[in-house]
Write a protein that binds this ligand. Sequence first.
Ligand SMILES: Cc1cc2nc3c(=O)[nH]c(=O)nc-3n(C[C@H](O)[C@H](O)[C@H](O)COP(=O)(O)OP(=O)(O)OC[C@H]3O[C@@H](n4cnc5c(N)ncnc54)[C@H](O)[C@@H]3O)c2cc1C
Length: 358
Amino acid sequence: MRIPRMLSAGYFLQTQAKVQEIMTKLLFEIIREELCDVVGEDGVDTSEAGRFCYGADYSWVSRAWVDRGMPPPVPDYVVLPRSTEEVSRVLKIANHYKVPVVPYAGGSGVNGGILALFGGIMLDLKRLKCLIRIDEKSLTVTAEAGINGEILERELNQVGLTLGHYPASGYCATLGGYLAARGSGTLSTKYGKAEERVVAMEGVLPTGEIVRTLPVPRHATGPDFLNFFIGSEGTLGVITEVTMMVDPLPEVRDFQGFLFKSLEDGLEAGRRIMTARLRPCVIRLYDPPSTIRFVQKVLGIQVEGAFMVVGSDGKKDMVALEMKEISKICQALGGEYQGRKPGETWWEERYKFYFPPF
Ligand SMILES: Cc1cc2nc3c(=O)[nH]c(=O)nc-3n(C[C@H](O)[C@H](O)[C@H](O)COP(=O)(O)OP(=O)(O)OC[C@H]3O[C@@H](n4cnc5c(N)ncnc54)[C@H](O)[C@@H]3O)c2cc1C
C-alpha cells in the first residue's frame, strides 16, 4: 500500500523543521519587541555589523580569532539600558525566555568574559554613565557603573580628589568593569586594588531583583554581599551603581629610579621596603630582559640590569623621609641610584607600554 505523502517521515520532518524555523523567528521578534518596550528602538541593535562589534575583547583567544579572520561569537541582541530599572526589566525578560545575558562595559577585559559563546543578549552598560555624588566630607564618590574611568578621575581631580585607581586601561575601562574584573592599578601598592576601595554597590540579580549593600565601610555581622559581585566577571548579576573611597590629590608625588645587578636583589629590596612598613605608592621592577625591551626601547632610558621605579606621594616632608628610607634600603642591596628623571619619565609614559607599536 502506498503511504500518502503527507504521512511520510520525510514530509513530517521537513514540515517540523519549517515550523521550528518560523517559531524561532517569531520568538526572536517577540523578544526584540519586548526589549524595545524597555529601552526604546535605539537601545536594541540586531544588525549584523552592530553585533559583530561585540565579538572580541582583549583576551588572547578572541584576538587570535580576529587575527585569523575566524567568525567571532556574536550575541543575538545588543541592548543598551539607561538606568538600573531598565537593566532589571531586561533581565526579567531574559530570565523569562531563558536567554543568556552578557554584561559589556569598556570591552577592555583580558579574560574573554564578554564573549557571547551562547548568543543571547549583550548588555552594553555604557549609557549608565552618571556621576551621581561626590561626598567631600566622607571622601566617597557614587557613580553609575558604566562611567569611563578616566572621565571619573578627571571629574574628581577638578575638586582636588582622586580615585587612586590607575589601570593602564583607564581610558577605555569603566568603574563597573574595574570591580567585575578585580582590577589593579599602577598605584595599588598604596591605594589598594579596586575591590579594596569600594564602599557600597547596587546590582541586579539574574531574576531582575535589585539589591543594594549598605553604604558603610564595615559590617559587624553577616556576610559581605559586595564580594558576590566583585570579580564575578558578569556571571552572577549586573553591577549598576558603585560608591568608592576617594583620596585628596597628594601634595607631591615623587618617583625615583634604581638599577640592580639582578632581579633577586631588586625583589629583596621590594620585600624589605614593604616589611619595613613603608608605604610607597608604586614599586615596579623589570627583570634584565624587560629592562632592555621596555625601559630602553619604550622609555629611551639606556640602562642594563634590573630597573626599579619607586614612587611615594602625600605630604612633602613625609614623602622626602620615605624616599630617604627607600633609597637606603635599595643602595644597601647594590641598587644604583638613577635619580628622579627616569622615575618621572616612567610615570609620564606608563601607558605607552600597552599600545602599538610596543
Ligand atoms: C591596554 C590594556 C591595559 C590594561 N591594564 C590593566 C591594568 O592596569 N589593571 C587591570 O586590572 N586590568 C587591566 N586591563 C584589563 C581590563 O582593562 C580590566 O580588566 C578592566 O577592569 C575591564 O573593564 P571594562 O569596563 O573594559 O570591562 P569589560 O571588558 O567590558 O568586561 C570585563 C568583564 O566584567 C564584566 N562586567 C563589566 N561590567 C560589568 C558590570 N557593570 N556588572 C557586571 N559585570 C560586568 C563583563 O561581563 C566581563 O566579564 C588592561 C587591558 C588593556 C586592553
